[in-house]
Design a protein around this ligand. Structure first.
Ligand code: NAP
Length: 288
């Protein structure tokens, strides 16, 4: 085991579970989260609490972040009590948040300007894989930096895909969520029509999920749809954010995405009508 000093910032649904796995593997973490309450279990198990990101990163060789969106990452990165001005020169920042590729490139440049190293390392997989240490890492940066973070990726995940230069990890991640968002919406609409035609919801759900037309990932949302309970594993508001990141990226590449934008607005409506903190599968409810 290496003796690197590790910091972890962002202890929401995903971050709290990922940090817990690193801790369970025998490492000591310094942790920070806007809401201290969410760090309680980690602190009870030996994590050092840092009152500010500055305190968290000051001595760290590697800083992991798992934050809501680019706006939050940027605010915490540039703040005088934040990440960039306060990390040790030469240290490595691993941002695992889902952000857009051009944003990752911007953070990589900012890190370089502060004589720091940076990886975009977003993850595929939700709350349960996070808990089991079975996430899939999609990494952009240098292979050397990826190798340095690999032992921790191996604790939090079951696979790492090195995608290329900075931004390419985020690029792959938004493609995956684009497919997921659309699959979930299409499946929901289809089930509603089936019910309207009198086929019976359970029958339709069962048949579609066992037919090659349904994306395998939707199996994991089956009970949510059948019971119409949407306890957040992947909050719908984050999915809408990811579709916004897709639209922004498509704009930057002069590429039209009519289907993605329709899906984005559906999720936006669902969020606007109070479903943002429910699981993303609550799009089923909105389409009812
Ligand atoms: P979450 O539970 O909403 O956690 C978001 C984190 O960001 C929390 O630590 C939160 O702090 C922090 N945050 C939000 N607004 C902030 C602000 N204004 N200032 C400071 N901190 C702020 O989200 P999550 O599900 O863990 O997701 C985290 C990231 O991983 C997102 O980018 C998401 O898209 C991505 N992701 C999620 C999943 C999933 O299934 N949930 C899967 C893959 C990737 P507080 O605790 O104080 O609110």
């Amino acid at each position: 085991m290496t003796t690197k000093t590790l910091a972890f910032i962002g202890l929401g649904i995903m971050g709290s579970l990922m940090a817990k796995n690193i801790q369970k593997a025998g490492y000591t973490l310094t942790v920070h989260n806007r809401t201290k309450e969410k760090a309680k279990a980690l602190i009870a198990d030996g994590a050092q609490w840092a009152a500010t990101p500055k305190e968290a990163v000051a001595h760290a060789d590697i800083v992991f972040t798992m934050l809501a969106n680019p706006t939050v990452v940027e605010a915490i990165a540039y703040d005088k009590n934040g990440i960039l001005p306060n990390m040790k020169k030469g240290a490595l920042w691993v941002d695992m948040s889902t952000v857009n590729p051009s944003f990752s490139k911007k953070m990589a440049d900012a890190a370089r300007n502060h004589q720091l190293r940076y990886l975009d390392a977003p993850v595929s997989g939700s709350k349960v894989p996070a808990e089991k240490g079975e996430l899939i890492f999609l990494v952009g940066g240098t292979q050397e930096d990826c190798a340095e973070a690999q032992p921790y990726f191996d604790i939090m995940g079951k696979a790492t895909h090195f995608m290329g230069e900075n931004g390419q990890g985020s690029a792959m991640k938004i493609l995956i969520n684009l497919m997921l968002a659309q699959s979930m919406a299409v499946f929901s609409e289809t089930v509603h029509l089936g019910e309207a035609m009198g086929l019976g919801k359970e029958n339709v759900v069962e048949l579609l999920l066992n037919h090659p037309v349904a994306a395998p990932i939707l199996q994991g949302k089956k009970n949510n749809i059948l019971n119409e309970t949407f306890e957040p594993e992947f909050p719908l508001a984050h999915m809408q954010k990811d579709l916004h990141l897709v639209a922004q990226t498509a704009f930057e590449h002069h590429y039209a995405m009519p289907l993605a934008n329709a899906a984005k607005e559906l999720y936006a409506q669902a969020k606007q009508h109070g479903l943002g903190n429910q699981d993303m599968s609550a799009i089923f409810q909105w389409l009812k």
